[in-house]
Design a binder for this molecule. Structure first.
Ligand code: HEM
Ligand code: HEM
Length: 176
């Protein structure tokens, strides 16, 4: 067993792309556009749809993870770093699900489903800052970015310094 299941590989790369895009677009375009700007409704529609899709795919991925076998955890000869690697992987699931949950909570408190998808014509609130889940969403976004940077650093370390071909575990190949 030296590869993740092909379905896990597909879900990993689709979600890696979606989560990184969600973080970039959320931090730049979405939160930088004032709620009074007419374009905001479109950005919210995109962000909320993509965020909900991430939530659904992440839950399906969790099931696939439980029901498929995977390679033994990577061992780099340091107990603490090995544990950190495993913890990061679990934290990804937790933080992404909380991220989508807090996003949904902002949306419900601000009546976004009717405004954004129901085209009710009601104005957006001046800002989302008065809703506590908005603060959680921002903090979780920073935690998620931190996890991605840590994960990418580990990838670079494995691939180019240890040269242990860890990447191939998250790619298609024989023996998966
Ligand atoms: C371009 C960026 C990325 C690269 C190069 C990359 C690479 C990898 C590699 C090589 C593994 C296998 C590690 C192992 O076998 O121990 C892995 C696992 C994993 N990656 Fe990434 N990854 C990237 C982005 C992401 C992102 C954005 C997420 C968050 C959604 C993510 C979540 C995970 C998780 C949760 C695992 C563990 C798989 C599991 O057991 O569920 N990765 N990644
Ligand atoms: C896991 C997927 C998600 C990611 C990675 C993500 C990412 C982000 C980021 C980075 C921001 C800007 C944070 C800041 O400026 O402090 C943001 C804002 C926001 N997100 Fe998400 N989000 C996700 C899911 C959702 C969902 C599912 C919803 C609603 C259904 C949602 C609704 C919002 C709203 C309303 C804002 C505030 C925009 C503003 O203040 O102008 N998000 N998101």
């Amino acid at each position: 067993m030296n590869h993740y299941h092909p379905l896990m590989v597909v879900f990993h790369w689709v979600l890696a792309f979606m989560v990184i895009m969600g973080l970039i677009m959320g931090n730049s375009v979405l939160s930088e556009t004032a709620n009074s700007d007419p374009q905001k409704l479109f950005y919210l529609k995109m962000h909320m749809s993509a965020g909900l899709l991430i939530l659904v795919l992440m839950i399906i991925r969790l099931f696939i993870r439980v029901f498929t076998s995977r390679p033994p955890s990577a061992d780099i000869g340091n107990k603490t770093l090995n544990k950190l690697g495993t913890a990061t992987h679990y934290l990804f699931y937790l933080v992404i699900i909380l991220m989508a949950g807090s996003g949904l909570a902002i949306a419900n408190m601000a009546g976004l489903p009717e405004i954004v998808f129901g085209a009710s014509g009601a104005p957006l609130p001046e800002s989302f800052d008065m809703y506590p889940p908005r603060i959680a969403h921002g903090i979780l976004g920073m935690v998620l970015l931190f996890l991605v940077v840590g994960h990418l650093s580990a990838f670079v370390y494995h691939q180019f310094i240890r040269k242990d071909a860890l990447f191939s575990r998250m790619w298609f190949g024989k023996g998966s």
